[in-house]
Design a binder for this molecule. Structure first.
Ligand SMILES: NC(=O)C1=CN([C@@H]2O[C@H](COP(=O)(O)OP(=O)(O)OC[C@H]3O[C@@H](n4cnc5c(N)ncnc54)[C@H](OP(=O)(O)O)[C@@H]3O)[C@@H](O)[C@H]2O)C=CC1
Ligand SMILES: Nc1nc(=O)c2c([nH]1)NC[C@@H]1CN(c3ccc(C(=O)N[C@@H](CCC(=O)O)C(=O)O)cc3)C=[N+]21
Length: 299
């Protein structure tokens, strides 16, 4: 079998177009412009690239983009003062603090400072709890994007065996919650799991978010399964010395021989993350103003 390659880039463009249309309507009918604030502490080159992508995408859909770059040695009080100011700013509907933050800062405390209604990463205790209890949460962008791709790809998710490798708060846990909500039978695997290949072979839906290049091999994949590759690792380019390329957690060549559908890296999940960040900002804006939420852009 040769898998269908899921075009996340094209799907993300459709999501962004839907968001842009909704933003136009908000402006025309209500005079409201949704706004996203991104906070970056320090000078991590990968983070700089992501933040630049986010800014460009935000402006392209007609939203207001507020970028705040703080020096590496920014004390917690200063970061919190900025977050307080963004929490209070009615022009800001979504706040994202790019991770990782420098060592002297604490991710948990930082997230806790962000107003849950503006927490477009879905990381706050409130949003994680709402997701787990079937409430109206803001859902972490990458799992939300994966769910959109799976819903588009499969007739139904109900009753399928789903395996998520990885249990982070940003991805693995919310992904498992979303799949459970879709009536999948969900297994969460991690670094202590025994017989990971065997667990994966039972998966109709296999989602890998580990951060280990090409760990998941073709013989771990159930024939016909939908494989979602979240991992991103920058490695030396095999043919071009001095150049790098991005690779996923799945060995694409062998897995695509067995899977029914598979996301590539790059061009799979990554573009969906940014599209869903915009979708979440729009959702947060609509909720803040008591307006109808966009259809098809939430979990
Ligand atoms: N495409 C996108 O938009 C995004 C991509 N990513 C990428 O996804 C990957 C995961 O991100 P994130 O969840 O934040 O990462 P974390 O490092 O927080 O989590 C990694 C998870 O993988 C598990 N793990 C590590 N080694 C193994 C192993 N050998 N076998 C099984 N499980 C293992 C860990 O288990 P344990 O808990 O036991 O340590 C942990 O739960 C990264 O490559 C990241 O760059 C992340 C966010 C967005
Ligand atoms: N608070 C917080 N929230 C995040 O959601 C968050 C974060 N911190 N820190 C880092 C990770 C990683 N992440 C990605 C976003 C877009 C692409 C993306 O657009 N990837 C493109 C390629 C980009 C390129 O070419 O470099 C692709 O896969 O096709 C990837 C990864 C969000 N993260």
């Amino acid at each position: 079998m040769t898998a269908q390659v899921i075009d996340g880039k094209a799907f993300a463009a459709k999501v962004r177009a839907q968001v842009a249309e909704h933003v136009d309507r908000l402006k025309a009918d209500h005079g409201i412009t949704p706004g996203l604030a991104v906070v970056l502490v320090g000078e991590d080159p990968a983070s700089e690239v992501y933040v630049a992508h986010k800014h460009k995408a935000t402006v392209e859909v007609g939203m207001a983009s507020f970028e705040h770059k703080l020096p590496t040695d920014t004390p917690e009080e200063e970061l919190f003062a900025l977050i307080d100011q963004l929490n209070a700013d009615p022009a800001v509907h979504g706040i994202l603090c790019q991770f990782p933050v420098p060592d002297h800062l604490d991710e948990r405390r930082t997230v806790a400072r962000i107003d849950p209604a503006k927490d477009v990463d879905g990381l706050s205790v409130t949003n994680a709890g709402l997701l787990a209890t079937g409430g109206k949460a803001l859902v972490s962008c990458t799992p939300l994007g994966c769910l959109m791709l799976l819903r588009d790809q499969l007739d139904t998710l109900s009753g399928l065996n789903a395996v998520v490798i990885g249990r982070s708060n940003l991805f693995g846990k919310p992904m498992a919650q979303l799949l459970l909500q879709q009536n999948c039978t969900v297994t969460i695997a991690h670094s202590r799991s025994q017989d990971l290949p065997g667990i994966c072979r039972g998966a109709d839906i296999l989602v890998a978010a580990v951060g280990r290049a090409e760990m998941v091999k073709g013989d771990w994949v159930k024939p016909g399964a939908a494989v979602i590759d979240v991992g991103i690792t920058r490695t030396e380019h095999p043919e071009k010395p001095g150049k790098t390329r991005l690779v996923g957690d799945v060995d694409f060549d062998s897995a695509s021989e067995v899977a029914g559908a598979i996301t590539p890296v790059p061009g799979g999940v990554g573009p969906m993350t940014i599209a869903c960040l915009l979708a979440n900002t729009l959702t947060a804006c609509c909720r803040a103003h008591g307006l109808e939420e966009p259809e098809g852009l939430t979990a």
